[in-house]
Design a protein around this ligand. Structure first.
Ligand code: CDP
Ligand code: MG
Length: 138
């Protein structure tokens, strides 16, 4: 079995809608462990580096604006196959394609307000955890 650690961000819309508890509850009930957790105002340069792979995409400016528009929660999540498991729990990027029972399928409708970020693969997870948790995790 592969124990992995991945990054989850609850985006400003999720915090404003008071979904911190609901999203974290689902992660924990899945059997995954929180090994890092903080509520922060994300610095713009950190968000730009986080989404560097999307720098040339038309939505880059708006997604960076969105991530810096209010407090976010950054979480390090650990467990067996955590990267894939978390992506499945969050659902498809576009909430209208996310299945019922997923966070995005249950609580979101719009791709530009899709509540969470989660790392796409183990390499991205390592890079993103170093970016958001330079102090390290448990
Ligand atoms: O977040 P995820 O990895 O599922 O999707 P992504 O393709 O890496 O895109 C990153 C984020 O950019 C998405 O979660 C959306 O918030 C935003 N996005 C957007 O606003 N419009 C798009 N057409 C694609 C992505
Ligand atoms: Mg992505």
């Amino acid at each position: 079995m592969a124990v992995e650690t991945t990054l989850v961000l609850i985006k400003p819309g999720g915090v404003q809608r008071r979904l911190i508890g609901e999203i974290t509850r689902r992660i924990e009930l899945r059997g995954l462990s929180v090994v890092g957790l903080k509520l922060i105002s994300a610095p713009r340069p950190t968000v730009e580096e986080h989404y560097a792979e999307h720098r040339e995409r038309p939505f880059f400016g708006s997604v960076v604006d969105y991530l810096t528009s209010g407090p976010i929660v950054a979480m390090a999540i650990q467990g067996e196959n955590a990267v894939k498991a978390i992506r499945a729990t969050m659902g498809a990027t576009n909430p209208v394609e996310a299945g019922p029972g997923t966070v995005r399928g249950d609580f979101a409708l719009s791709i530009d307000d899709n509540l969470t970020h989660s790392s796409s693969d183990p390499e991205a997870a390592a890079r993103e955890l170093a970016l958001w948790f330079p102090e390290g995790t448990l």
